[in-house]
Structure formats: C-alpha cells, structure tokens
Ligand binder design. Structure first.
Ligand code: SF4
Length: 293
C-alpha cells in the first residue's frame, strides 16, 4: 500500500473513532412538581444540594438570603417584579407564575452556611421566604405551608422574613418562633384587614409592615402592633407577553405621604427602614435604616 494511501486510511479510522464522535450531553434527571390545582410539571432535578440564594443585586435591602420553596402567585398585582423575572426566564420555568411547590428546596435551611467573615453580621441570618410567591395566598394548600413551617421550626438559627397580602391566614397556622411576620400594603383597602390580623399575632420574633410600593396616601388607626415599618417606591417592570407586553412605570410617592407614615410609626415605637428606591436621583440623601433586632 502506498504511504499516502495508508495515511488516508489512518485518518479515516481516526475520524470514525468514538472519542471523535460528537459527545451528547446526558439528559437531566427530571422531578415532578405539583401546582396548587394538582397540575404536574416536569423540572430538572438540581445537581447540587439546595441552599438559600444570595440576594446581592436583587433590590432586597433587608435580607442577605432568599428561599423559594413555593413560587408563583395569583394576586395579580400589575407591578409584580417576581412575575416579570419568572416570565423572562420561561424556558426554565415551564409552569410560568402558577403557584408551585418545590419540595426539593425544603432542605435549604439545613444546608446553607453563613460565610465565616459574616458570622457576626445579623443581616446574614435574615432570609426572605418566598420572595417569588405569596406563601399564605388563599389558593396555597395547607400542606405546603405545614412543610415549609416544619423546615423553619427545625432550623431556628435563621430569622425567616415572611410577607403576605392575605394576613388573615397567619391567624390559622402555627407560626415559627424565629419568624419576622409581615404583611404587604400598597393601598388603603388592605389596612383594616392587616390591623385586625396582627392584633391577634403573638410569640414571633418581629411583626412588620412592608409598605412597598406606596401607591396612595395611607391612614392607619394604630401602628403599635408592628415592630418595624419598611416603606418603598414602585420600580419599573415589564408585564405581559407578546403583543400584550407593556411597561408599568416607576412611581415615587410624594414626600408628605412618607413623612406622615414615618411620624406615626415613630410615635408608635416602631423601627423604620426606608428603601433606597424612594430617593432615586438623590444619592446623597440619608434614609432611616433601622432594624428591630
Ligand atoms: S402579592 Fe407579591 S408576588 Fe403576588 S402578584 Fe403581588 S407583588 Fe407579585
């Protein structure tokens, strides 16, 4: 056999060798996750152990971690940043913003470690629970809440910051002792319901009020049932899909609305935290940045 013919054959054999064949990515192992109405959705099983997410750069100024054992919400707020983010990454969220239980994330409180250099910083103990959902929405099965609460009861080294627009449900469940139990108020119609629910809550670490976004002037009869009041503005989001996609503009409340609430909160003995988004465009302005513990 001529030398060049032999070389050609060697090259052809090499091309046919398995290591030269295109390597196929192994298919991910799938989990089945259930929505509030029982619909099942396939999700890839995470390769690593579940841990909290670090909130750096998420616009959450009061907790270093978030944890989402439930995602999705049906309240339908038109300014919802959680829905915007979820729908932007729809290829990894096949259920969209439909309420979904992530049982594979329940071990995150046990698995997460505070970095050594932040051990003395209380912000690193604070976890925003269900930043992408309302864990206490009317549609949420009791069983989901019980399982999330069990994980919190078993891991009391964390402060769990809870928020809901349906605070009456707090009165029907066993709240974890290290919870910072909060409610979200954007409009006057939610005020009375929140006051009624919070008067009945006891034996939790903190009771707090998140007034974000503040969309109209608010009148509270009493703020003394809260330890901590957080006030923020509405940030711009994009909502809807396809031709229905629209911009929901940012809204900064007038200074008087904020000042009145701050004065009432101080009189009631609450700590006050004003979100940096209240003074966008005024970077030098100092805002109250207090915490209850
Ligand atoms: S309650 Fe929260 S999570 Fe639910 S739609 Fe409104 S802003 Fe979004």
């Amino acid at each position: 056999m001529a030398l060049d013919q032999a070389e050609k054959q060697v090259q052809q054999r090499r091309r046919a060798m398995p290591e030269d064949a295109p390597t196929e990515k192994p298919s991910p192992v799938m989990l089945t996750l259930r929505a509030h109405d029982g619909t099942e959705y396939p999700y890839p099983r995470p390769e690593a152990k579940a841990t909290f997410n670090n909130t750096d750069g998420d616009g959450i100024s009061w907790a270093r971690w978030s944890w989402n054992p439930v995602t999705g919400c049906l309240h339908g707020c038109d300014y919802c940043y959680a829905r915007e983010i979820t729908m932007r990454f729809k290829q990894v969220n096949p259920a969209g913003f439909t309420p979904l239980f992530h049982h594979e994330r329940l071990s995150a409180p046990a698995n997460t470690k505070i970095p050594e250099q932040h051990r003395e910083d209380s912000a690193w103990r604070r976890v925003f629970v269900c930043s992408m959902a309302d864990l206490y929405g009317r549609w949420v099965p009791d069983e989901w809440i019980y399982q999330v609460h069990d994980a919190m009861h078993l891991n009391r080294m964390w402060d769990y910051l809870l928020l809901t627009k349906f605070p009456a449900r707090y009165n029907k469940v066993d709240l974890p002792p290290t919870a910072w139990v909060g409610t979200s108020i954007d409009e006057q119609k939610r005020v009375r319901i929140a006051e009624d629910a919070f008067r009945k809550i006891s034996d939790v670490k903190v009771k707090w009020l998140s007034i974000e976004p503040l969309r109209e002037p608010l009148e509270f009869s009493d703020l003394s049932m809260f330890d901590w009041v957080v006030i923020g503005a509405q940030t711009e989001t994009w909502q809807g899909e396809g031709t229905d996609r629209k911009l929901v503009p940012a809204f900064g409340p007038p200074f008087e609305w904020v000042a009145r609430l701050v004065a009432q909160a101080r009189e009631a003995g609450c700590r006050v935290h004003l979100k940096p988004n209240l003074v966008n465009g005024h970077p030098g302005m100092q805002l109250p940045d207090e915490y209850p513990v």
